[in-house]
Ligand binder design. Sequence first.
Ligand code: ACO
Length: 334
Amino acid sequence: MTGRFACVAGTGSALGSRVVSNNELARDLDTSDEWIRSRTGIVERRFAEPDETASSLAASAASRALDAAGMDPAVIDLTIVATISGDQPLPSTASFVQQRLGISGGAFDLAAACAGFIYGVDVGAAQISSGSADTVLVVGTEVLSRFLDFSDRTTCVLFGDGAGAVVLTAGHEPGVIGSVLENDGTHAGLLRIPAGGSREPASAETVGRLEHTIRMTSGSEVFRRAVEAMSDSAASLLEKSGMAADDVTLLVPHQANARIIHAVAQRLSFPEDRVFVDLEHVGNTSAASVPVAIDRAWRAGRLSPGDTVLTVAFGAGLAWGANLIRWSAPREPK
Ligand code: ACO
């Protein structure tokens, strides 16, 4: 294969500073550590402190990614921030990330919920391979703790706050081998934040009814659709890339629920030792989930240059997708 490809130069991540255990949530909610642990695999999650925001976590993760790549922020010519819990409706959270790090060039937010980072990597890679950009920062960041109804035990126990970042840079070998992006809008109502947009602007009434928080119509339906969509998109990406599960060094799935991950791995015939599960102390960080997991896998020594990584995610939209990446960041993060 010849041409111009997007390669991973470095990754970084940052989690909210406050550790929130299942037991802490169970103090005010009809739930238990045992229920959350056995149904999701989550033991604790990290929430942002009041002075932390989607852009501050994103900037911390991006700084770490740039450090790991040995690069200066000035080299970034496009910043893509995947988030559904940005600092403000206007301007983009990507603008605040630019401001915090002194980055110039293009910058925009991308909303594909938990699949946002997968979409961001595909868009960033296309910008590089087309010659429109040389070095792209792709960040997934969420502070969903500010969009949770802490009286709804079916949603508030699932999520955590964090950010993960990848620096993509032009190279002669792939890099980002390929992606699959999917969305099924017929199920847009399954996972939503009802108010705060143009359909139902924020008002004292909407806030009083907690309609600015995440609503999930059926957890078990989301579960079933997540397993099906993640395994189908991963399988179709492998097929279109002429690869099989055996060619993949590490499957890094969206960290929503350990049972979803195990079911996906089983359907794809991935042995457990080639599947990265990292939600025990992190929870579901939505768009940040995959890049946080990639960074933590790399820093734990699970990824080396030449390895093949398959990422896959699913979330509100319903949006889902997968990226296949030949790892090129150095063995040891700088
Ligand atoms: N503590 C105790 N009981 C609970 C809790 C809780 N935190 N949450 C729900 N329950 C109860 C339900 O009310 C229900 O009670 P009932 O039988 O009396 O009605 C019972 O537990 C069983 O509920 P189910 O929904 O059938 O439980 P399930 O085994 O499916 O687990 C869960 C629920 C964890 C939400 C699971 O369906 C799931 O993870 N789904 C995916 C949801 C998700 O990840 N959403 C995030 C965004 S999308 C994404 O990231 C993939």
